[in-house]
Design a protein around this ligand. Structure first.
Ligand SMILES: [Zn+2]
Length: 93
């Protein structure tokens, strides 16, 4: 059992909340310390091809389960639910 298996306490990079995690299994995000964002992500939140330098200087930051859940929901929004549209009278419209 290496050090990676020992639970540790750290702060979530995204929400800064302190949480307990196991380094071997915690979700991490590569963060470019120069921008504080994912490499290739602009301040506008759009993505472009990250530069090799940005990838090289990026470090893994732990992300708490709550933020992982939010990010997953953001990336995979639940299927749009359409209410039944009030049907108009086809003879009238
Ligand atoms: Zn968080």
């Amino acid at each position: 059992m290496g050090d990676e298996q020992i639970p540790t306490i750290g702060s979530c990079y995204t929400c800064k909340r302190t949480f307990r995690f196991t380094p071997a299994t915690v979700t991490t995000a590569m963060i470019d310390p120069e921008t504080g964002l994912l490499p290739g992500m602009t301040v506008l939140g759009t993505l472009r091809e990250p530069t090799a330098e940005a990838v090289a200087r990026s470090v893994k930051q732990p992300i708490c389960p709550d933020c992982v859940k939010k990010a997953t929901e953001f990336a995979n929004p639940p299927a749009l639910h359409f209410d039944t549209w009030p049907r108009r009278n086809p003879d009238r419209d």
